[in-house]
Design a binder for this molecule. Sequence first.
Ligand code: SAM
Length: 214
Amino acid sequence: MTTDFVRLRKRMVDEQIRARGIQDLSTLTSMEKVPRHLFIPEELRFAAYDDTPLPIGRGQTISQPYIVALMTEAAEVGPHAKVLEIGTGSGYAAAVLSQIVDEVYTIERIASLAERAEACFKKLDYQNIHVKVGDGSLGWLEHGPYDAILVTAGAPVVPQSLLKQLNMAGRLIIPVGEASTQHLVRFRKTSESEFSEEMLELVRFVPLIGEEGW
Ligand code: SAM
């Protein structure tokens, strides 16, 4: 069974990720390594490496593998980076980041999901991921500033708290727009008060619910 998942994972990276233009070696290597099926409810594991998001309970989803790859590459992070993720969900995206960067901080508003993700990190011995239950639209001030912040839920507008918690040249990757569809945008801090902005993709995320979200 294990061998099967290894083969499926390699095929996922080749056919869904590399074939769509993701080139960052650390992203590709991490996604070949992290066992995505362990972050998915047992009854859906057969579909773990399919080209699709999947339900993880409580009305939430684990993102499509390509979107995880796109956001990870867009974060432009390396071994010394400190990253904040908003929306732990299954924990998969945080796990992918943890194999690339120094420390990952991740916030989830639904306690049962955060607990399940933490159990998974423990099982895999991923020790550089720190989980908090709370409203991630406000960020996690005490560990900032961050080299990159990835938001895996759609926001109506860009949370100012998150922009404020970026390092100089830090990147915020965030879906912004309507509840049904959003633009995935990368903001880059160019001075104390200025940010550049690039549109990456049209996406469909579950809503970011919180003080600076919906
Ligand atoms: N990154 C996740 C993964 O790899 O499985 C996918 C996350 S799912 C698309 C979005 C998650 O964001 C949900 O689990 C949801 O509960 C969470 N969420 C929504 N609003 C939030 C907020 N204000 N703070 C923290 N988490 C939030």
